[in-house]
Design a protein around this ligand. Structure first.
Ligand SMILES: NC(=O)C1=CN([C@@H]2O[C@H](COP(=O)(O)OP(=O)(O)OC[C@H]3O[C@@H](n4cnc5c(N)ncnc54)[C@H](O)[C@@H]3O)[C@@H](O)[C@H]2O)C=CC1
Ligand SMILES: O=C(O)C1=N[C@H](C(=O)O)C[C@H](O)C1
Length: 240
């Protein structure tokens, strides 16, 4: 496949190397300072675009691909309140748009375990639930996209909680799930869900040891997406 890389930073570099090692070609590696290169590309020769840029750049990149009929796989976090606009454009253009807050297969298993644990804990009294995420200091958004997905999984199943807040920013109350965001180098991404009581604690943790798992998930989705249409997610890809 011929793959366009939109955002050639820490993730874009690992994804490009991995894609080439799997026999793909890279049409171009686009960054904030060489966007004019996009004008030189023939969209009909690009099979898929993979987008890992920055919160303020994601929408522009995704629209660029959708308007040219190129399937787009995006992992950029921190822009998701604007996703309905992209969903609408995808349907209007009869395109393919895939978003995941985390492409690691391990994290997607962790998401399912988190939902199951929240269902079980919902039947039990006396526990206080909290969420913590730890990432490197270059990360722009907080809480992480993965922490937001975990929070949504908890809120769906743990009925005494109605919303989430970032510790230090949002208002604390007994119906709001507290998310703590820590920035410590070189952490590629750690997420901890904790149910605490005076008697005991139950804690589940996912620790990424590198960015390799995120990159592999994104390349596997890029290999899967040609021919697909609509607004797609890991639930369409993984089928578990
Ligand atoms: N969904 C997932 O599995 C994962 C998501 N991420 C997310 O991916 C994004 C990128 O992460 P990193 O690679 O670590 O960041 P990074 O800061 O190393 O790289 C971002 C790159 O985007 C480029 N960029 C900025 N504006 C652009 C524009 N208008 N057009 C094209 N490129 C532009 C920058 O020049 C930079 O090279 C972040 O939002 C991060 O949270 C990161 C890891 C995994
Ligand atoms: O910025 C990162 O590095 C990561 N971002 C994603 C997120 O916000 O959840 C995924 C992963 O945790 C790494």
């Amino acid at each position: 496949m011929n793959i366009l890389i939109l955002g050639y930073g820490k993730m874009g570099k690992i994804i490009s190397e991995l894609a080439e090692s799997r026999g793909h070609t890279i049409a171009a590696k686009i960054n904030i300072d060489n966007r004019e290169k996009l004008l030189t590309l023939d969209p009909s020769k690009i099979d898929v675009a993979i987008e890992f840029s920055q919160p303020e750049a994601a929408i522009e990149n995704i629209k660029w691909a959708l308007e040219r009929g190129i399937p787009i796989v995006s992992g950029t976090t921190g822009w998701i309140s604007k996703k309905p606009e992209i969903n609408r454009l995808t349907l209007e253009k009869n395109g393919a748009f895939f978003y995941a807050s985390n492409f690691s297969i391990g994290v997607n298993i962790f998401f399912k375990v988190n939902e199951l644990l929240a269902k079980l804990m919902n039947e039990t009294k006396g526990y206080q639930v909290s969420l913590e995420e730890i990432h490197h200091t270059e990360k722009k958004d907080a809480p992480s996209g993965t922490a937001i997905t975990l929070a949504q999984g908890i809120l769906k199943n743990y009925k005494s909680l109605k919303e989430w807040h970032l510790v230090g920013e949002g208002e604390e109350n007994s119906q709001s799930l507290a998310i703590t965001a820590k920035r410590i180098d070189p952490a590629p991404g750690t997420h901890i869900v904790k149910y605490s009581s005076p008697i005991d604690d139950i804690e589940i943790t996912h620790t990424a040891h590198s960015r390799q798992g995120f990159a592999l998930g994104a390349v596997l989705v890029a290999e899967w997406i040609p021919g697909k249409k609509g607004v797609l997610s890991m639930d369409d890809f993984l089928l578990f």
